[in-house]
Design a binder for this molecule. Structure first.
Ligand SMILES: [Mg+2]
Length: 210
């Protein structure tokens, strides 16, 4: 008798502040540029004008400049390399980022250095924060066949939920709050240990129970 293998479920993973230490990296970048002393605790909002003041245009330029520099000195978020390697063993793993496609070469260089061959695709949705065209994360999730999205942005998880995609709200950033997110479909996990525990011991079993 032919044995049919169940298709692998697809996990989509955000990059900034899930794999890549965006806030600590940009704090250091800002401090070097302006002789300031920002720490990660100063980032109380994802709207960075609230953090360093100034104009919206200057803020977009600062983020652009940071995304364009060499990131080889920045280590991935704790536990992410081991977790992605293990998840890759049982799932199809893709990445969906709000970075603009203009940063693809630099992003791929850093991902390839730390997560070589682990992603079945990397998708640049663009951001609603920089005034350039972007696509809702949930739309991209749906298009790439994601079953769950791991992201630190509640807005992205809300967008995923609107497209029937489950979520993990990652990390302990001030903006990573469950407000408006349904605990039926989104789980808040503080770190990669909690993410793996949730996926293997809870979420995975529910995928085959209905
Ligand atoms: Mg992020």
């Amino acid at each position: 008798m032919l044995k049919t293998l169940a298709p692998k479920l697809t996990i989509a993973v955000d990059i900034d502040d899930v794999l890549f230490p965006f806030v600590s990296g940009i704090a250091d970048f800002y401090n070097q540029k302006h002789g300031a002393n920002l720490t990660v605790d100063d980032f109380i909002s994802y709207n960075f004008v609230d953090v360093w003041g100034g104009s919206y245009e200057d803020s977009v330029k600062l983020v652009d400049d940071f995304l364009a520099i060499d990131h080889s000195h920045l280590r991935p978020i704790e536990g992410s390399i081991a977790a992605i390697n293990r998840l890759k063993g049982g799932y199809r793993v893709v990445s969906i980022t709000a970075r603009n496609g203009i940063f693809e070469p630099n992003t791929m260089k850093w991902l390839s250095a730390h997560f070589p061959g682990l992603f079945d695709g990397v998708y640049f949705a663009g951001s609603r924060h920089d005034g350039r065209p972007y696509r809702p994360t949930g739309e991209v999730c749906r298009e790439v066949g994601a079953h769950i999205l791991i992201d630190d942005s509640p807005n992205n998880l809300l967008s995923a939920a609107e497209h029937g995609v489950d979520g993990v709200l990652f990390g302990k950033k001030p903006w990573s709050l469950m407000n408006g997110l349904s605990p039926q479909s989104v789980k808040h996990c503080a770190d990669w240990v909690e993410v793996e525990d949730y996926i293997y011991n809870d979420w995975q079993s529910r995928q085959f129970s209905n």
